[in-house]
Design a protein around this ligand. Structure first.
Ligand SMILES: Cc1cc2nc3c(=O)[nH]c(=O)nc-3n(C[C@H](O)[C@H](O)[C@H](O)COP(=O)(O)OP(=O)(O)OC[C@H]3O[C@@H](n4cnc5c(N)ncnc54)[C@H](O)[C@@H]3O)c2cc1C
Ligand SMILES: NC(=O)c1ccc[n+]([C@@H]2O[C@H](COP(=O)([O-])OP(=O)(O)OC[C@H]3O[C@@H](n4cnc5c(N)ncnc54)[C@H](O)[C@@H]3O)[C@@H](O)[C@H]2O)c1
Length: 454
């Protein structure tokens, strides 16, 4: 229950991640008085310990990798070393430079108040909601929750006795780990694993199955080959226990084997930050995310959930787009086509169905595959690892899905995502004029060689 000391706001936004600031800014520009509550740093996961710092490190890892391959291109270098503190400093400087303008903006608008602290909420059934931050109590009829997710710390025997890192601590390291063990073989595990290997760590990925297990088996196999080709050990066993002695960390695996290292990174998934809201009274879906309708409304009138916490996306682009959809009364989140990429090098860009999903879709499916070794631009650039795949519906000519595991794979998946979202049939994409010699030039080739699924 709220007290008489409660402060009234037209709107309260909890979480200054990818969706919250945009909503707060739009409401403030209409003259509404808005409080933004953030318990950590503005910019959320993406800016502070997610996409952007990891992609800054990826750029350094790529530079190191290219330097090692320079002689293939007729370029001679001296001895190549990675200055890990300088790599980390580059990343921190870049991230600080991106955070500052956001912080300046959130603290300089006369209609916005940025409040630092963890919010707990009581969603009122009468449409009036109470937000508590420290000893302050905020009252509002419009409450926007952009509270994100955090790393799962698994219930592994012995883990509580062993020093371990999530991405947050890993990104604060000042010394390169000698031998890094990563539990989890999905986005975070594979991206960090490849980067740290390229910086010079020995890396073991305990993938708990095949790496990138949501993707088709052959794509997953190619990814594994790529990682192993760079000297990373990839095990498919599940971690069943952890111990440490004299700085040596041992992870026991389901197949009875063990792997050891000097540092341990946990990358076994994310959990929504719903529990941090206290006794909020909002309905959850069966995975524990805040339940929403297609306009992001939760079970309480006047409370909206945006970004990772609503379970309708787990990416920066989905979170940011949530805010854009919310602010446009004519749009809903229904029917959104989500393209995404795993930023290994080369990246694994994806949109829509996998081949496995297409096979069980009940549709008449046409498929085409092309190895990157047949793509002229990839040959020219010496980046022939990977493959392309596209799946279409033979009857409706709809594009069902695509996988671009190869150079520029993220942007290629985006192109197909665009066509899918716009409802453009595959023949129109096939017949569009491509640039030569781009990688995209081979999309028409791919679409010209479709065959029924065997
Ligand atoms: C290592 C890593 C790499 C990633 N790379 C990519 C990538 O390349 N591309 C991509 O699209 N996505 C990537 N992601 C995912 C992306 O970061 C998230 O999907 C995105 O940040 C979600 O945005 P959000 O606004 O929903 O939540 P967040 O960015 O997590 O923001 C939520 C904010 O709410 C605050 N908060 C939570 N609870 C409370 C509370 N009770 N009171 C006050 N404040 C609170 C948090 O402190 C946080 O600042 C990556 C994630 C990780 C961990
Ligand atoms: N490029 C990107 O867009 C990007 C990059 C990084 C993270 N993210 C976001 O972060 C989220 C989380 O990614 P993630 O990689 O942590 O998790 P994930 O949920 O994608 O995958 C979890 C992984 O942990 C493994 N695992 C679970 N328990 C295990 C055990 N006991 N032993 C061994 N392995 C085990 C699973 O097999 C799986 O490989 C993703 O949903 C994604 O949206 C996105």
């Amino acid at each position: 229950m709220s007290s008489n000391n409660a402060e009234e706001f037209d709107a309260v936004v909890v979480g200054a991640g990818q969706a919250g600031p945009g909503v707060a800014g739009a409401l403030a520009s209409r003259g509404e008085r808005v409080a933004v509550v953030e318990m950590a740093q503005v910019g959320g996961t993406c800016l502070n310990h997610g996409c952007r710092p990891t992609k800054a490190l990826r750029a350094s890892a790529l530079a190191a990798h290219r330097a090692h391959r320079a002689t293939e291109y007729g370029v001679l270098t001296g001895k190549i070393t990675v200055d890990f503190p300088a790599v980390m400093q580059r990343m921190h400087t870049m991230i600080d430079g991106m955070r500052e303008p956001l912080l300046d903006w959130l603290t300089s608008d006369e209609h916005l108040e940025l409040i630092h602290g963890q919010a707990t909420i009581a969603a009122g059934e009468d449409g009036e909601h109470t937000v508590r931050v420290g000893d302050r109590e905020l009252r509002t009829r419009k409450l926007y929750l952009d509270i994100g997710a955090r790393a799962v710390v698994p219930d592994l025997p012995g883990l509580d006795q062993v020093d371990h890192l999530t991405e947050i601590e890993l990104l604060q390291l000042t010394q390169l780990p000698e031998r890094l063990v990563i539990i989890g073989g999905s986005y975070i595990g594979c991206e960090f694993g490849q980067m740290f290997r390229r910086f010079g760590s020995e890396v073991t990925i305990v993938a708990g199955g095949r790496p990138a297990a949501r993707e088709d088996h052959d794509v997953s196999d190619l990814l594994r080959e790529l990682l192993e080709g760079e000297g990373i050990t990839v095990t498919t066993g599940r971690a069943t226990g952890v111990s440490s002695s004299d700085g040596e960390i041992t992870v026991s695996l389901s197949d009875g084997s063990e792997v050891t290292g000097t540092q341990l990174l946990l990358a076994v998934g994310r959990r929504p930050n719903v529990d941090l809201l206290g006794d909020h009274g909002l309905e959850l879906d069966d995975r524990g995310y805040l339940k929403i309708n297609s306009r992001f409304e939760t079970s309480a009138p006047g409370v909206w959930a945006l970004g990772d916490v609503n379970g309708h996306g787990a990416f920066t682009h989905t979170a940011y787009q949530d805010s854009q959809i919310l602010l446009d009364p004519d749009r809903t989140v229904d029917g959104r086509i989500t393209a995404y990429a795993m930023f290994t090098d080369p990246p694994l860009g994806r949109v829509g169905m996998t081949e496995a999903e297409a096979r069980t879709s009940g549709r008449s499916v046409l498929k085409a595959d092309l190895p990157m070794s047949k793509v002229s631009r990839a040959i020219i650039d010496g980046e022939t690892e990977g493959m392309m795949r596209i799946l279409v519906d033979a009857d409706s000519e709809e594009i069902l899905g695509a996988c671009f595991f190869g150079m520029h794979g993220d942007d290629l998946a985006q192109q197909i995502g665009l066509a899918m979202q716009a409802g453009i049939g595959y023949k129109a994409v096939r017949d569009a004029l491509p640039i030569h010699p781009s990688v995209a030039e081979f999309i028409p080739t791919l679409l010209g060689s479709l065959q029924p699924l065997e």
